[in-house]
Design a binder for this molecule. Structure first.
Ligand code: MN3
Length: 204
């Protein structure tokens, strides 16, 4: 059973003006599709992986070929990324237990500042994350390339509840080299209801 490219949960132009229709079209139909296809090539080449979930594969990635690390990561990361976004301003902000955890972290402004600093400071391509760590606390991290906090090769492991793609393909058509500008604008498309659901699931 091959992994399938999941459809976007909204139209290609739903995130405008923060993320353009053209960026979303290339990002989903070309980049995410390529990760999906190459992940399937890697899984097909290794019979012991048949029937395993993507999370199971990522949890043992240190023992698997780079093709699976790069493309299994790319597959999971983008599926996650589409789901934690939504139309600009469509959710009002963190609520419930997530809001309490953000207060304990030091507040939403501090979380955003730390996240944007991690994203801007990630040299080359990668991702910025908010994870729930092993002690149930929020932590802001970043990873290179298509690595993510579910992988057994990453120092800051945990369950991602929020993440932003800082590869140039995610923003260059609109923001050119202004990665900090993209990171700042991006908060308007965060789907806080979905982030809250993921926080609740990670801490249940
Ligand atoms: Mn990407």
């Amino acid at each position: 059973m091959a992994f399938e490219l999941p459809p976007l949960p909204y139209d290609y132009d739903a995130l405008e003006p923060v993320i353009s229709k053209e960026t979303m079209t290339f990002h989903h139909d070309k980049h995410h599709k390529a990760y999906t296809d190459k992940l399937n090539e890697g899984v097909a080449a290794d019979p012991k992986l048949e029937g395993q979930s993507i999370e199971q594969i990522l949890g043992q990635i240190s023992s698997l070929p780079p093709l699976l690390r790069n493309n299994g990561g790319g597959y999971w990361n983008h599926d996650f990324f589409w789901k934690i976004m939504g139309k600009p301003g469509s959710t009002s902000g963190p609520s419930g237990k997530l809001a309490e955890a953000i207060d304990a972290y030091g507040g939403l402004d501090k979380l955003k500042e730390d996240f944007n600093t991690k994203g801007a400071g990630q040299f080359g391509s990668g991702w910025a994350w908010v994870i729930v760590d092993q002690s149930g606390q929020l932590k802001v991290t970043s990873t290179p390339n298509q690595d993510n906090p579910l992988m057994d090769v990453v120092s800051d492991r945990g369950t991602p509840i929020l993440g932003n793609d800082v590869w140039e393909h995610a923003y260059y058509l609109t923001y050119k080299n202004d990665r900090p500008g993209y990171l700042k604008a991006w908060w308007d498309v965060v789907n806080w209801d979905e982030v809250g659901r993921r926080f609740d699931a990670a801490t249940a």
